[in-house]
Design a protein around this ligand. Structure first.
Ligand code: ATP
Ligand code: MG
Length: 562
């Protein structure tokens, strides 16, 4: 599965180094991230973003953000904005290089005219079905359209009238004149322009013909002076066409296309169609649901952007096969990052009241506790303590088994950073038998949590003072799908058949130490012994805090790969 070495191989880096050493492209490096604004970005796209911006950064080049918006019926401004926010969040800056393929429509039209003038493109009147039929198959050559030998004059006239809106949608197309018997089907006279009366999110109703993706993409790269045009493997066959357009339009810049393997993750889906279905059917709560692999989802979940960059670097860039990475490998990078940066606080998820009988009723005191043992500069905070505190319900057992070192009747434990307490009495609900309170005694000489006589106390519990506690809702997340590989679900099954019913568990009435009262949206913490959590950016209110669990402390990936 995932590569384990810190800097896995990246064949594109080798190509760039080689090009630089030979002075190809005059020693320039220019890349671009080219999303189509027809949906939200996911963590697969993040790889492409990190790769394109990262290579430019590393080799002193520039990376553009370019929206490939040639399909007006599917594209929307709201997606443009969401995509920009996601790229910025990942830590990349396109400065003044925000481009849209639609800004090049005039120039692309000129390029198409040049092909027509040069006898390298023609207007075809065949219907879409006929074009498909004429194309042939992988084993049979195609055949020429009866309109293929139109004169340049006729083609110019018809193409201009296509633009002028004289013809119905779908009645004619402009095609490149390449080779209907080409072994690569992509090269069998591909369509360059189609007639489509659709409102475009930027050009409005200016155009009724739109250029096809294959024509637009390479020529937009050339217009921008891109040197290394990096895309995913499904475009491997299209490279020949990419080169043909660059060659035959004879652009000043000659970009080159390189394909790399897609990044895929276990326990999730990344196809735009499936993500849309999950959102539209209300299976998740919107595009930024913290269980989704969207960038807005992982952001809301609390993943730091650095973790995504680290992961991309670790996985490397493969040439041949799509890379299926364990979701746990990403979580591992998240944990590493948060271990170094998140302040520790005490939170009780499932509270049980503990009353210290020999502690004065009206007294409270504070303990100074360090914020992050991994980072001295994070300082410390004062945590209030009083006679009644909450501990975790499962830190107490009335009849503890052998290996249970936490609280039990007659047993002494350490309340982290505070005092040693011994459980004296267990109070139960007379009807249900449920434990409702523990009555304890504390050792006043153990301030700070150390036994004055050096006696051994094994268990250390986190705690929150009842009078000072802040109430919170806590959302625990797990994999959205219970199945590991969602790419090969059995025939006849729906991908939604594999949803994990426990992907979201909501806990209410959790008790957290008061230092989090002023936490801002998105702020991250380690809740001691529980994991990393962040303030939910959508639902949390000052008087009604909501925390998302980003990751638990248990690192299944590190464990499995020891
Ligand atoms: P579609 O083209 O079906 O709408 P897409 O996921 O390819 O979906 P684009 O907006 O075209 O979406 O993608 C932008 C860029 O991100 C492209 O260069 C694409 O190759 C790259 N990309 C998309 N998915 C992945 C992935 N899983 N891993 C790496 N790169 C990806
Ligand atoms: Mg795509």
């Amino acid at each position: 599965m995932a590569a384990e070495n810190e800097n896995a191989s990246n064949f594109i880096k080798e190509i760039i180094k080689d090009d630089l050493s030979k002075g190809v492209h005059n020693g320039r490096i220019a890349t671009r991230f080219p999303p189509e604004p027809n949906g939200h970005l996911h963590i697969g796209h993040a790889k492409s973003i990190c790769l394109n911006f990262g290579l430019a950064e590393e080799f002193g080049g520039l990376c553009n953000l370019r929206f490939d918006d040639t399909n007006p019926t599917k594209e929307e401004t709201k997606y443009v904005e969401a995509i920009m926010e996601d790229v910025r969040w990942l830590g990349y800056d396109w400065e003044d290089r925000l481009f849209f393929a639609s800004d090049y429509f005039d120039q692309l039209y000129e390029f198409a005219l040049k092909l027509v003038t040069d006898g390298k493109a023609y207007v075809d009147d065949l219907s879409a079905d006929e074009i498909r039929e004429y194309r042939g198959t992988l084993t049979e050559p195609g055949k020429n359209s009866p309109y293929r030998e139109r004169s340049t004059e006729e083609n110019l006239d018809l193409f201009e009238r296509m633009r002028g809106g004289e013809f119905d949608d779908g009645s004619r197309v402009l095609r490149a004149k390449i080779d209907m018997a080409h072994p690569n089907m992509v090269m069998r006279d591909p369509t360059i322009y189609r007639i489509r009366r659709a409102h475009h999110h930027r050009t409005g109703d200016k155009w009724c013909i739109y250029p096809m993706y294959d024509f637009t993409h390479c020529l937009s790269d050339a217009i921008e002076g891109i040197t290394h045009s990096i895309c995913t493997l499904e475009f491997e066959n299209n490279r020949a066409l990419y080169d043909w357009f660059i060659e035959n339009v004879n652009t000043e810049h000659k970009p080159h296309q390189y394909e790399f393997a897609r990044l895929e993750f276990t326990h999730t889906v990344m196809s735009k169609r499936k993500l849309l279905q999950l959102v539209e059917d209300g299976i998740v709560a919107g595009w930024d649901d913290p269980r989704l692999p969207t960038i807005s989802g992982i952001r809301r979940r609390g993943f730091p952007p650095e973790a995504m960059r680290t992961l991309t670097e670790r996985v490397g860039v493969a040439k041949k096969r799509d890379t299926m990475v364990e979701y746990g490998f990403l979580e591992h990078a998240v944990r590493e990052q948060l271990n170094a940066t998140a302040n520790r606080v005490m939170a009780v998820l499932n509270p049980l009241k503990l009353i210290i009988e020999n502690y004065p009723h009206d007294k409270s005191e504070t303990f100074e506790i360090v914020n992050n043992p991994e980072d001295e500069s994070a300082g410390s905070r004062q945590v209030p303590f009083s006679r009644e505190i909450f501990i975790e319900r499962n830190d107490f057992m009335e009849e503890p088994p052998k290996k249970f070192f936490r609280l039990a009747p007659g047993r002494e434990v350490r309340l982290r950073g505070a005092y040693l307490v011994t459980c004296e009495t267990v109070v139960k609900d007379p009807d249900t038998g449920e434990v409702v309170e523990l009555h304890c005694k504390y050792d006043p000489d153990s301030r700070g949590g150390d036994a004055p006589d050096g006696r051994k106390v094994k268990g250390t519990l986190h705690w929150v003072s009842v009078n000072h506690a802040i109430d919170a809702e806590i959302r625990l997340y797990d994999h959205l799908f219970a199945r590991e590989n969602m790419n090969d679900i059995p025939e006849g099954a729906e991908f939604t058949d594999f949803l994990n019913p426990e992907s979201l568990v909501v806990l209410t009435g959790c008790k957290i130490e008061p230092s989090v009262a002023t936490a801002s949206a998105g702020e991250r913490f380690q809740f001691l012994r529980h994991g990393y959590f962040c303030v939910d950016s959508r639902d949390s209110q000052p008087d009604n805090l909501v925390f998302n669990r980003t990751v638990s402390l248990r690192d299944s990936w590190a464990k499995a790969n020891k």
